[in-house]
Design a protein around this ligand. Structure first.
Ligand code: SAM
Ligand code: SF4
Length: 493
């Protein structure tokens, strides 16, 4: 490749140009090191981040890096960050502090940070000041640009010679080699970037990016930008390619999949997209995440109930059972309408598992509000729940609300909610005892070397005796013994 040729303007061609150029930098690095250049991606947060990390790994492998299981020894370490709650921020700072010593032991190591936390100006300022050994910082809107940023970083540190000129770029260069490229927003959806799947037989598929809901506690709309749906054709093309590559289970990903399709030239509903996805041969299971209760349509329930492929699981975040708190949260449903919706889903799709998210300690929340949450848990009978203590996020409306709840009170109420959801999940899981159900086998079990583990359509984990050849296939398993949140079963042939 002639690197004096200007890089293409158009994406993703531009990025493939930089992947090739970055490969040359990697070769120079390997000659100096006397061995292969390695990478490690650490992911914080949700499924969206996990999917983005597969793309980061895809780009790095295309450049020629090989994976290192250890963050400490890899030559290129990248943290894909989360900032939904403060403890995610603190975990990143802890890891960066720990890597400081390693960085001085191996000064050629590159540390890159990307994802939601990097969209916050205050976080980037803190990193510039307290962790100056970080080399590359980018955000949520330009994950696809990793190769370009590696080139800019490599070409400006003076470590790598012989590869030439600098390129016109939007990125800023700070201090000695810190490259920072954060976009405040974008309409662009760059497709067809290489990716490395964690599991060969299942994959996430982004159907939309960003969020327009502005729940008053949540930072996601500020760091992930406005809601943008991918075109149905592009999504189906990706699913077809995955199926051809051996994928049997897909998870359609979006912050609120129920509002999929709004703003597209030809508006398409999420239920219609599901129907198209179902037609893809080779795909045996379809999951999706997350469903906002305010937008869940009868059409979707209908499509789910008559589908052979859509899994019997819906994640339906409640957040709070108190209508007063829900109003303050800007969630646009009430305790009663949530219960009604959940019971309707149960009636139309009898074996469905309903899981949820609950926040405890939102400003002004009282014991009585928590009693409402407990009542919803009791009436709906959740199959699982993620419970979170409210975390104040800068610049969100809830952060400046009066009546912030003291941590010890939140903790007390949290324990009540946790006990209730655990009891509910155990009870729901136990109801399946003795049934024979299909399991997608995912990995060798960590309980016993002779066992494999997999998931039911409801997402419950099952361990049973089996060989590694079963991984990736769907088999029938009798659910013998419920151990709280998972089963021990036996394969039925
Ligand atoms: N878009 C999804 C939805 O509306 O349900 C969820 C996205 S968010 C990454 C995942 C969960 O984090 C939310 O459902 C909520 O329960 C929790 N969460 C978001 N902001 C929070 C905050 N400030 N404090 C505590 N939990 C929070
Ligand atoms: Fe956050 Fe609400 Fe958007 Fe979910 S729907 S990402 S909780 S603002």
């Amino acid at each position: 490749m002639d690197i004096n040729i200007q890089p293409p303007e158009k994406e993703p061609e531009r990025q493939f140009y930089f992947m090739e150029l970055a490969a040359k930098l990697r070769e120079e690095f390997e000659a100096k090191k006397g061995g292969r250049a390695t990478y490690h991606v650490t992911t914080f947060g949700c499924q969206m981040n996990a999917r983005d990390s597969e793309k980061l790994a895809g780009i790095l492998e295309r450049i020629g890096f090989i994976e290192d299981q250890s963050e400490e020894s890899a030559d290129f370490v990248i943290f894909n960050t989360c900032t939904v709650r403060d403890n995610a921020d603190q975990r990143l700072y802890g890891r960066l502090g720990h890597l400081k010593g390693e960085k001085y032991r191996n000064p050629n190591r590159i540390i890159a940070l990307c994802g939601c936390m990097m969209q916050e100006e205050s976080a980037v300022e803190k990193i510039k000041k307290s962790y100056p050994y970080v080399n590359i910082i980018f955000g949520t809107h330009n994950i696809y640009k990793l190769a370009e940023l590696i080139c800019i970083q490599g070409l400006h540190t003076g470590e790598n010679t012989g590869t030439g000129n600098a390129f016109p770029t939007t990125a800023g260069i700070y201090g000695c080699g810190m490259v920072i490229d954060i976009l405040r927003g974008t309409d662009e959806v760059v497709e067809d970037i290489p990716s490395v799947r964690k599991y060969p037989f299942k994959s996430g598929v982004n159907i939309m990016f960003g969020c327009n809901n502005f729940c008053s506690y949540c930072i996601v709309p500020y760091v992930r930008g406005r809601e943008r749906s991918r075109k149905p054709k592009e999504i189906i093309r990706e699913i077809e390619r995955l199926a051809a590559d051996g994928v049997v289970e897909i998870m359609l990903l979006g912050q609120n999949v129920n509002s999929y399709g709004k703003g597209l030239e030809e508006e398409v509903s999420f239920a219609e997209l599901l129907k198209e996805a179902e037609k893809v041969e080779g795909i045996k299971r379809i999951r999706f995440m997350t469903s906002h209760p305010k937008d869940l349509s009868d059409e979707l329930i209908e499509v789910m109930s008559s589908s052979e492929k859509i899994c019997r699981h819906i994640h339906l975040p409640l957040q709070s059972g108190s209508s007063r708190i829900l109003k303050m949260m800007n969630r646009h449903y009430t305790k009663e309408s949530f219960i009604e919706l959940a019971l309707k889903i149960r009636e139309k799709i009898p074996d469905i598992a309903i899981t949820t998210d609950i926040i405890i300690g939102f400003p002004t929340e009282t014991k009585e509000d928590v009693n409402d949450t407990l009542e919803v848990i009791d009436r709906v009978g959740f199959d699982g729940a993620f419970t979170f203590i409210y975390s104040k996020r800068a610049n969100t409306p809830a952060a400046i609300m009066e009546g912030q709840v003291p941590p010890e009170e939140s903790r007390r109420q949290f324990d009540r909610v946790l006990t209730a959801v655990q009891e509910s999940s155990r009870k729901r899981a136990a109801e399946r005892t003795g049934r024979t159900e299909e399991v997608l086998v995912e990995e060798m079990s960590d309980h016993d070397p002779d066992f494999v583990s997999g998931r039911l359509s409801s997402n419950l984990v099952v361990h049973f005796k089996g060989e590694k050849e079963l991984i990736g296939s769907i088999v029938r398993v009798r659910l013998d013994e419920c151990r709280g949140f998972y089963y021990i079963g036996e394969r039925v042939i």
